[in-house]
Design a protein around this ligand. Structure first.
Ligand code: ARG
Length: 461
């Protein structure tokens, strides 16, 4: 078949140009949205008496059949320009002149916008539910390991001891924000573009609201020019994916560090690690590393589309076809990462003793000792100075806070009482961080409750 748009040309398209301009290898993935859009469009054309009811019925039946045939691999996509033309050509091949009526009052420019919006709506919902499932695993692992204490870090230096569960739940809240962002993005994706035509709208008496109703869109786009030149919703989606992947990448970094022999806090199960082809002893955290690595690809996708779009005059330009490879690839990466993570985390073996030993290092009680003096009415700066001096002298003598005698403490400040030894125990330093959102025992309990509530609301609503 010659190209559907070929009548104004005298010569066929150059073969390399044909290959270069074709997007079928990628946009064939959108076939079911393209068909759903075409069916809704056909119903509208018939309702508005632009085509006859019988014609619409034939088109819809044929489109349903084409969809099934695509799923059975029976429709040949090779040599096609894009999914829109491929399906329309197939329809015309099967239905002749009636099939030629499908594209009435429509352009591929509003059609692709519709396909992408329909596609993204589904993908966003799936991503949101995958995030929810991962949050659920984070909560479960946090609850299973309630008493486990680990060092908390700033600058990757020992800072203050915390509950391991508190560390895990930090990711719960990052993911909660990610979910909110995707929900928000969904609202801007969920706008019906069809009817914008090539760019100007149409002189035919179409009913855009009806198409919106059929496809479950709460509203239609307001400006035909904007409609066909808008890819904001894809860039917004990709930014949300970039943030989510950044979170997964940071978790990966934690997992990689914790599983390294330098830390030995956790062991990743054999099913989620790989060996070395030369060093027989190696067990590598490749899944975490690849999630961290693929985050770079996701950023690339966002930047690539932002760059493609930045100097396009209104309205549609073929450059915009380049939105699909980064979009589809990003979705594949983010969904696979979200599927892998809960399974990897669930299978992790936690080495409590190693975590505790590490938490006991490095003057973990320094801030608590400062607070101890503050409670006795010493100014914070003064208290900080006193404890700083104790640290300095301990370092000189190779001692820890726990090894100092009561007399030693008194030498630094007469305000130190015997209860200071209770205060500098590892457990005390973790349990007592009861400010809202702190790692303390009760605070953590409250946090877990709130996290559970968030998930319950998500599941019920
Ligand atoms: N394959 C095109 C894309 O993805 C569809 C729209 C083409 N429109 C056109 N006038 N050539 O953007």
């Amino acid at each position: 078949m010659v190209d559907l748009w070929a009548s104004r040309f005298s010569e066929p398209m150059d073969e390399l140009v044909k290959k270069f301009t074709s997007s079928i290898d990628i946009d064939k993935e959108l076939y079911k949205y393209d068909i759903a859009g075409s069916i809704a469009h056909t119903k509208m054309l018939s309702k508005c008496r632009i085509i006859k009811e019988e014609e619409a019925e034939r088109i819809i039946q044929a489109l349903d059949k084409i969809k099934k045939d695509i799923e059975k691999g029976k429709v040949n996509f090779s040599q096609k320009e894009d999914i829109h033309l491929a399906i329309e050509e197939e329809l015309i091949k099967r239905e002749g002149e009636i099939g030629e009526k499908l594209h009435t009052a429509r352009s591929r420019n509003d059609q692709i916008a519709l396909d992408e919006r329909l596609y993204l709506r589904e993908e966003i919902n799936e991503i949101i539910s995958l995030i929810g499932a991962f949050q659920n695993t984070l909560l479960e692992v946090a609850e299973k390991n309630l008493g486990v204490i680990m060092p908390g870090y700033t600058h990757l230096q020992y800072a203050q001891p915390i509950f391991f569960s508190h560390h895990l739940l930090a990711y719960f809240w990052m993911l909660e924000r990610d979910k909110e962002r995707f929900r928000d993005c969904y609202g801007r994706v969920n706008v019906m573009p069809l009817g914008a035509g090539a760019l100007a709208g149409t002189s035919l008496p179409i009913d855009r609201e009806y198409v919106a109703k059929l496809l479950n869109f709460p509203r239609i786009s307001e400006n035909s020019l904007d409609t066909v030149s808008d890819r904001d919703y894809i860039m917004e989606f990709l930014s949300d994916v970039a943030l989510l992947m950044m979170h997964l990448s940071r978790l990966s970094e934690d997992i990689i560090l914790w599983s390294s022999p330098l830390f030995s806090f956790i062991e990743i199960s054999d099913t989620f690690t790989t060996g070395s082809s030369i060093m027989p002893q190696k067990k590598n955290p490749d899944v975490a590393e690849l999630i961290r690595g693929k985050t770079g690809r996701i950023y690339g996708s966002l930047i690539s589309l932002l760059t493609s779009m930045k100097a396009l005059p209104l309205s549609y330009n073929r450059d915009m076809q380049e939105d699909k490879p980064p979009l589809l690839e990003s979705i594949e990466i983010v969904k696979t990462s979200l599927k892998l993570y809960p399974r990897m985390l669930d299978g992790i073996k936690i080495n409590k003793e190693k975590m505790r030993k590490a938490a006991e290092k490095g003057f973990f009680a320094a801030t608590d000792l400062t607070d101890y003096l503050v409670e006795k009415n010493v100014s914070f700066r003064k208290a900080h100075q006193i404890i700083g001096t104790i640290v300095k002298e301990c370092l000189k003598e190779g001692k820890t806070f726990q090894e100092l005698s009561f007399k030693d403490y008194q030498r630094y400040s007469p305000l130190f009482q015997k209860d200071v030894f209770e205060r500098i125990k590892l457990e005390s330093c973790v349990f007592n961080k009861e400010s809202a959102g702190g790692t303390g025992k009760k605070s953590l309990g409250k946090q877990i409750k709130k996290a559970k509530k968030k998930l319950e609301i998500a599941f019920s609503g």
